[in-house]
Design a protein around this ligand. Sequence first.
Ligand code: HEM
Length: 546
Amino acid sequence: MNPLSEVAMSHPILVVAAGTAVATYMLLSSLLRLTQDPKEPPLVLSTLPFLSPILGMVKWSMDFYVHMRETYPNLSIYTLRFPGIRIYVVNSTALVVEVQRKWRTLIFPPVSAHASEFAMGGSKKALAIIRADMATEAGFMHGFTKAIRPALSCEPALDQLTGNALEVMSGSLDSIVRDGGQNVKLVDWVRHNLLLATTDSVYGPSNPLRDPKNETAWHTFHPTIMFLMLNLVPLSVFRKAIKARDSLANSFHQYHTQRQYEQGSHYIRLWTEYFVSQGIPDEDIAKFHNGGLFALIANTIPTAFWMIYRVFSDPSVVEDCRREVLKAVDFDEKSGVCTINIPCINRSTCPALVSTFQEVFRVHGMANSVRLATEDTHLDGGKYLIKKGGLVMLPARVQHRLHGGAWGPYDVDKFVHRRFVRNMKDSAEPSQSIPNPSAAFRGFGGGTTLCPGRHFATTEILGLAAMLLLRFDLVPVAADGGERQEWILPPTKNSSQAEAMEQPDHDIDVQLRPRKEFAGKKWQISFGEEGSDGHKTALAVEDLSE
Ligand code: HEM
């Protein structure tokens, strides 16, 4: 008897298992081949049918799509096959633009509806309203962004929204100056202060997030959103987070039914009026406030953190940006009042500051825009077939690391704070050609789902950075507040992929030291003359080409 037969005789279970594995493999390989249309984008990671892409995602996590682009540099789009779903991942910028143009068949609303169901816990009635029409302008989701847009992009509502948030922020800075400085955990400090400033401005005097119980509830619920969206394990696993979510919704229920939003911003009034006008029940409006809160702060907070980190961790960036923001300050000798003119925090007065902000998005942005194909759709002049039911993925990190063209002559793997400066006259560096405005910049997504809150978030974060530059030095310290330390870039590998911005894995200790230059001065914020054009700093190509 040969050795193989001997093993077979002594381990029959092993033989059956191996046979089953081979048969399963052959069956799945054939299934993959037979159900893959030759016109679909090239199939990759098919060694273990339906399993290799999952293993790749687990191994590479948020770097998965960048790794795939580096592995297959010549593919402008490719197919990944998972059990029950295919994902078409776009590498080429031209195809990103085309996918965005085909918004009638490659649609976003199912993604929002999915979040409303699984993460926010919407009722059947509310979900039926949201899902009734997800493809046309008349549908719920398209109507929603249209309804809120005036408050987020037009004057005076937008300036009021940003101005109120910056006033709250300025108040927090005043109290640090009064105390002669403060040692803070920077991530926590940004998280707490930006949450309060943003929500005070949006929700008004009855802001539910002023109650520390609700802030804690948010921080308990928020990290589970991605897992709830995946819907892979029973809800009972997230009992604590669901309890926190529901308790927060209870507070929003009171806010809503007592009509406290009437004292809030124009934005939250439009937001509420829209949900009411569509027949969404009060209990669901309260739940969807949790989703609204996610949109408001989930990305603004880490973006503000990276902006502060990237400005203050490099003395040359501090010097460059501080010189610029000083030009935005009016100082009244008589009253001792310093006024920050927010409309001057723009690309022409503060080019290095705005460029640093844009570079923060390029380097730390990680939006994965997803679209669902509602019918077979062709891309690239019919070259590629996107099958009905497939998902199309537009990963920002892939675009943000493309070599050549979009990002100018600098190394794409480096953070270069002046990368987006158009006029290099003030710079000590040799004049360089600068990146062209490009659809490759996906910090705020693009196309019909371009983030409607981008102007609010941009002005709020640039205003905060300007206030810090003018009033404080930031010095990294040891956890016990002791001796000065080096700035250490926090890793981000635990970032939730539900968010559009990397999140630092750990906090850093920093001392906020009031600057002597403006000791004893009072600070105020100004948006210039009423009726002015208002303040918007354009980053997205859609705004630049307006
Ligand atoms: C730095 C802060 C922010 C970042 C990085 C950010 C990023 C994004 C991105 C990437 C998208 C597109 C999603 C896609 O196409 O798949 C988006 C959509 C959206 N954002 Fe933001 N956002 C920010 C702040 C805000 C704020 C402050 C608000 C609200 C005032 C907001 C409200 C929304 C809404 C409602 C959508 C969905 C648009 C639609 O369904 O068409 N965002 N955001």
